[in-house]
Ligand binder design. Structure first.
Ligand code: NAD
Length: 317
């Protein structure tokens, strides 16, 4: 065994000053990287419009008036406009049933002008999200939640990549952080972030090259025993839990890359799943909240909408 690799503490530390390798992490600037990718997407969209005479179209379905969902949808509309992608907003009342929402999804599936469909989550309790997401045409499934697309991802031949995990891989790549051979710990096993993230990084290859796959991945969750003993060994730690400041410095391997997916609204404002102020003293690289993973999620949605338009043009050619 390479003794030089055993740098993480073997017992939880409560005081980061005790760490021999204490340092201040470099910030992974998700916001800046998003801007860079959005510029590239804009150029590709302009080429698509020049070639086909029409813009890609994204249709968002917003059910009810959840304030956070309204903000997310507005951000997506603005980002579409910046990239030259046309966006449609289909609002349905909070009292909508599964059938009401399904009817809208079917209408959008059949509309040849619409390339991408997203149903903003969460849906009201009476609506069955699974049934609704399963009804989206897999070729228009820009969130990559449909079982057909999840199956393709698990086989390592994705049609669309889910936006948040894809954004994270893009960020790592653009910051020169390779995943091949690395020990990665993902905390959280949601279908939206944790599970696809673990699948993508554990694959043999990726669209961004084998150096952005081939990790040894441990997927942790609420029933994981001795969580800190696992996270302490991770070269790359990805937190997608939804609990403010859950990851404390003693859980981080000194010098590790820490990616914070969490968005938690607290009295202190928006905070992530990682205790940023103390975590940055141990990590080598860290994403801030806000301004880290969030902007990348929206950005990859634009890429997926363009991809959907290209796939649909090819399938009718
Ligand atoms: P989720 O809310 O569906 O599930 C949370 C996961 O955390 C579960 O798998 C659970 O097993 C795990 N978990 C809960 N308590 C735990 C514990 N004590 N120890 C270990 N694991 C535990 O997850 P989600 O939808 O992936 O959301 C997670 C967070 O990420 C939320 O804050 C959400 O708002 C945020 N999010 C951000 C973005 C973005 O673009 N930045 C995108 C999606 C989600």
């Amino acid at each position: 065994m390479d003794q030089r690799r055993i740098r993480y503490p073997t017992a939880p530390l409560t005081n980061t000053k005790k760490l021999e390798h204490a340092m201040s992490a470099k910030l992974l600037d998700g916001k800046g990287i998003s801007k860079e990718i959005q510029k590239e997407t804009k150029v590709k969209v302009e080429q698509f419009i020049a070639d086909h005479g029409e813009s890609p179209v994204l249709a968002a379905v917003l059910v009810g008036d959840d304030p956070a969902s309204q903000v997310y949808v507005r951000n997506k509309e603005r980002a579409c406009a910046r990239a030259g992608i046309e966006s449609q907003l289909h609002r349905l009342p909070a009292t909508s049933t599964t059938e009401d929402i399904l009817a809208k999804v079917v209408e959008l599936n059949e509309d040849s002008q619409v390339n991408g469909i997203l149903v903003q989550l969460p849906l009201p309790d009476q609506a069955d999200s699974r049934v609704i997401l399963d009804a989206i045409d897999p070729q228009k499934d820009v969130d990559a939640f449909h079982p057909h697309n999840v199956g393709l991802i698990s086989q390592g031949r994705p049609q669309f990549l889910p936006c948040t995990p894809h954004g994270i891989v893009q960020m790592l790549k653009r910051c020169g952080i390779e995943t091949t051979g690395k020990s990665v710990c993902v905390i959280g096993r949601s279908d939206i972030v944790g599970k696809p993230m673990a699948m993508m990084l554990g694959q043999k290859d990726s669209d961004l090259g084998p150096e952005m796959a081939n990790a040894t991945v441990t997927l942790c969750h609420s029933r994981t025993q001795n969580l800190a003993s696992i996270t302490q060994q991770a070269d790359i730690l990805i937190a997608a839990i939804g609990r403010p400041n859950f990851v404390t410095p003693d859980m981080i391997k000194p010098g590790a890359v820490v990616v914070d997916v969490g968005i938690n609204r607290t009295e202190q404002g928006l905070v992530g799943d990682v205790d940023f102020d103390s975590g940055k003293e141990v990590a080598g690289f860290i994403t801030p909240v806000p301004g880290g993973v969030g902007p990348l999620t929206v950005t990859m949605l634009l890429e997926n909408t363009l991809m959907a338009a290209i796939i649909q043009i090819k399938s009718i050619a």
